[in-house]
Design a protein around this ligand. Structure first.
Ligand SMILES: [Cu+2]
Length: 69
């Protein structure tokens, strides 16, 4: 069964951000689905190995959408 985690991403502030996050994350091997939400400034990500919480957070930080701790 896939892991499903909601990440708080304060930098989401327009539709372009939503699109960027979804299109970059879905390229990560193991990521099953990505739903970025503009209103809630978060993203719900469903994944299996080899994707991990760490690799997802690393990718988000690298594209300037760091996860709030
Ligand atoms: Cu934006």
């Amino acid at each position: 069964m896939s892991t499903k985690v909601t990440y708080s991403i304060p930098n989401i502030n327009c539709g372009h951000c939503v699109h960027t996050i979804q299109s970059e994350l879905i390229e990560l091997q193991g990521v099953r689905s990505v739903k970025a939400d503009l209103d809630h400034h978060n993203a719900i990500i469903e994944f299996d190995p080899p994707a991990s919480e760490d690799s997802i957070k690393e990718l988000l930080a690298s594209i300037d959408y760091p996860v709030a701790s």
